[in-house]
Ligand binder design. Structure first.
Ligand code: SAM
Length: 202
């Protein structure tokens, strides 16, 4: 009996060590690959933010489907898609719309590519978002560092239609008034939804 308990304890310890190693590798990769935070690091939208963000995005897409001035199918992009965490449930929910994830990091890109296998409406591209043409996208999803967020907005505002919707996790776009700001409940995490209407520009 004691031997069995010792065995279980050893297995638990082993699992803990593996978990610590995996988390450390994840943080080292994320920090080094982002050029020590010069570029937005690889962090996945998880937990409460994920649980709130997915239904909010679904509701907004459904609301826009009812608008007669927005042509369907919609083109929806995650700019820096990581491992396609946000795109997979959306692509599954809306098989009639087109989804694209652009990702610069080789490891998240490969994982996203594998996870997207079998989704006919989801394309994963290894691409720099600053060389991506945002003109055709109706919805732009972003979870990027504040400066990258702002640079991306400045880059794409010339090309996008005034009906474009931004879903932004955590860091806001300074030049735009959000149509909805959702507090995740920890006084730190927010989701912003922006309707890119000229009259809403600050
Ligand atoms: C904070 S993560 C967000 C991942 C995913 N959107 C999510 O919410 O789970 C930001 C991602 O953007 C990628 N990224 C950063 N700069 C990029 C760039 N210039 N072009 C493409 N991807 C970029 C990073 O590699 C990282 O995976």
């Amino acid at each position: 009996m004691i031997e069995f308990a010792e065995f279980c304890l050893l297995v638990l310890l082993g699992l803990l060590v593996v978990a610590v190693i995996l988390v450390s590798v994840f943080f080292i990769y994320s920090t080094v690959f982002s050029g020590f935070m010069k570029r937005s690091p690889f962090i996945i939208t998880t937990g409460a933010t994920y649980k709130v963000m997915i239904p909010e995005m679904i509701a907004k897409i459904e609301e826009c489907e009812k608008k007669s001035d927005m042509k369907t199918p919609f083109n929806i992009i995650d700019a820096g898609c990581g491992i396609a965490t946000l795109l997979l449930p959306l692509a599954k929910k809306f098989p009639q719309h087109n989804f694209v994830g652009v990702e610069i990091g080789i490891i998240p890109y490969l994982i996203a590519k594998i996870r997207a296998y079998g989704y006919k409406n989801l394309q994963i591209l290894r691409q720099d978002l600053f060389t991506t043409d945002f003109g055709k996208f109706n919805f732009i999803i972003c979870f990027l560092l504040p400066k990258t967020m702002q640079d991306l907005f400045n880059k794409c505002k010339k090309d996008i239609s005034d009906k474009t919707v931004f879903f932004v996790n955590r860091f806001k776009i300074n030049d735009l008034q959000p149509s909805k700001k959702i507090d995740i409940g920890d006084n730190f995490s927010y989701i912003y939804i922006y309707d890119y209407l000229p009259e809403k520009r600050k």
